[in-house]
Each structure stands twice: as C-alpha cells, then as structure tokens.
Design a protein around this ligand. Sequence first.
Ligand SMILES: Nc1ncnc2c1ncn2[C@@H]1O[C@H](COP(=O)(O)OP(=O)(O)O)[C@@H](O)[C@H]1O
Ligand SMILES: [Mg+2]
Length: 313
Amino acid sequence: MPKIISMINWKGGVGKTTLTLHLAAGLALRHSKRILLIDLDPQCNLSFLAIGAGAYIDHTYKNKFPTLKTIFDAYFDRSTINASDVILKKRVRASAGRVFTNVDVILSHQELTLLDMKLAREKRSGRDHREETKFEIEKISIIKSIIDSVSDEYDYVLIDCPPNVNLVTQSAFFASDYYVVPAIPDFLSTVGIALINQYMDQFNSDYQSMWGYSGLAGSYADTQFGGIIFNMVDEYGEGPKKGHRGIINNLKAELGDSAIFKNYVTDGDGVSTAAEMNLPVFAHRDLPRAQQNAFKQANYLDNVVDEFMSRIG
Ligand SMILES: Nc1ncnc2c1ncn2[C@@H]1O[C@H](COP(=O)(O)OP(=O)(O)O)[C@@H](O)[C@H]1O
Ligand SMILES: [Mg+2]
C-alpha cells in the first residue's frame, strides 16, 4: 500500500508545488521509491514543471490526452475510467535528456475550477438520508478509487493541492493518509497554520461520522498531520537568520517542536533556475547558471526527504 500525502497550505507561493516535485525526485533518485504525482491545482504548475509547459499543452490540448479532469468527467457521465488511461509514465524530467522511470504523473487541467461547482451541484437522491450519505461518500471517493486501483504500483502518492478548499481538494484529503504543510518564515504565512490543523480535525471527524452512518463496509481512516516544512529560509551562520528563526520558534511554541520538520529548504536561485528548465535541483550540473546554489538546495532537500521518510514511513 502506498503512503498518500496531500501537500497543503491555504497560501499560494509557499513552495507546495516545488516541494511536491522535489520530494518525488528525492524519493525516486536516492531511495528508489515508486511515486505517483497528482496535480490537483488548476494552475497546472506541477504539470508544467514535471513535463515542460510546451509538452503539457501538446499533450492535453493538441493530443487530448486524459488528465485529472477526465476522471471527474467519468463520474458525471457514470462511465468507468481506468487509472492506466490517465497516468502518464516516463515523462517526468529528471535531468537534461533523461526522464524518471519511477515517477508517474496525473496532469491537471485548467477547467478543474468549473468542475468544482458542477460537483457541488451533483446530488444523487437516495431512498433515505442514509443512502444519500453513502452517495456523498462515493462522490468524495473519486480520487481515492483511482489510487486504490493502482495501490500495488507505488510506494508514495504525492498530491499537490491548490491553496483553497473545494470539493476537488476535499477528495484529495479524503484519499490521503497524511497532509504536509509547506510554509515560508513570514508572519502572515504562519499565523494561518493552526487553522489548517483545526480544519483537518473537523474534516476527519465529519467523515468518521458520515462513514459510520452511511452503512458502508470498512471505516474512514483519519488524514494525519505529517508536519510543516519551512521553505525559502535565509541563513546566517549555522542556521536560519534571526528574523526567520524567531518565526519558526514562535510556531514551535504554538504547535509543539515535533510539528515542524527539523530540516528546511533555503531560499536561492537554484530552485527557480531549475524550474525554468523544468528540472529538479538534483540536476544542478545541467543548469546554465546557479549551479552552486542548486547544489546547496539539493543537499537541503535530501535532508528534508530523509526526514519525510522517517516521519511518514
Ligand atoms: N527554496 C526556494 N528558493 C527560491 N525560490 C523558490 C523556492 N521554493 C519555491 N521557489 C519559487 O517560488 C515560487 C512559488 O513556489 P511554488 O512551489 O510554485 O509555490 P506554491 O505551489 O505554494 O504556490 C516559484 O516561482 C518557485 O520557483
Ligand atoms: Mg502550486
């Protein structure tokens, strides 16, 4: 069974997409893990980063290759779709001229935003309230069902979520074993983090009771907190610079030391240069510039990946 992890933060620009891609790359490169990436954000940033924006446009718009949207369309049409139809293999870029053989991806689609409203309106009437609850759970299980059907093919499924809560995002939370919160050491970006945990606690308890009431077999397993990963940290000497350290320590005081990854990722132009080339920083040798910074960030990311494995298993 793979470990399924949603990368979430209600804030944009904190590194959700960057960390999703690099966790996958690190787990695949150094630990030989098999990864499925799911891009849940209609902004399609992970899709662009993973295979290249041009390739994405050809693939999705020209060649009409299925995406995450196709999975939801099948639900509305009451047709069936196989995971193998939507999972793209051997296309995620590892270095210049090489792709990952063990990182697959389900691409996103811009129209996922429209789909959410459609999903919200879709109410299947049942014989009674109990049966309607069962239908609600089926609706939220769309992503879970796809993952379940390929569960023996992967060690990790990493889901890059958009910075908002809608039914599409909720279906990712529902499918996940863990949620991990990327954050930047900035006051406004950290004040909201406690609210994410509160939201997820409520989400878990709602689905615990709904599942129980629905009469479905089995039970709902809570989506557990995997921790906060700080990104874009500036250093001074051995650790984060004073202002950043203060913010990280305040959050530790609020949520407990164990809530926060000991390892973090530094700010630097390695990540952005690699992104321009649609590469992870681990391919620092292939970058036209910022090689040294990419090398440094790759080392920090290696440590984050190791800690991720010891926390999540
Ligand atoms: N550690 C980092 N150092 C420098 N730039 C970064 C770093 N992490 C992310 N970025 C850049 O910051 C921007 C936002 O990151 P992204 O991963 O897209 O955030 P999110 O998915 O949370 O919106 C991107 O342009 C990305 O390349
Ligand atoms: Mg993103």
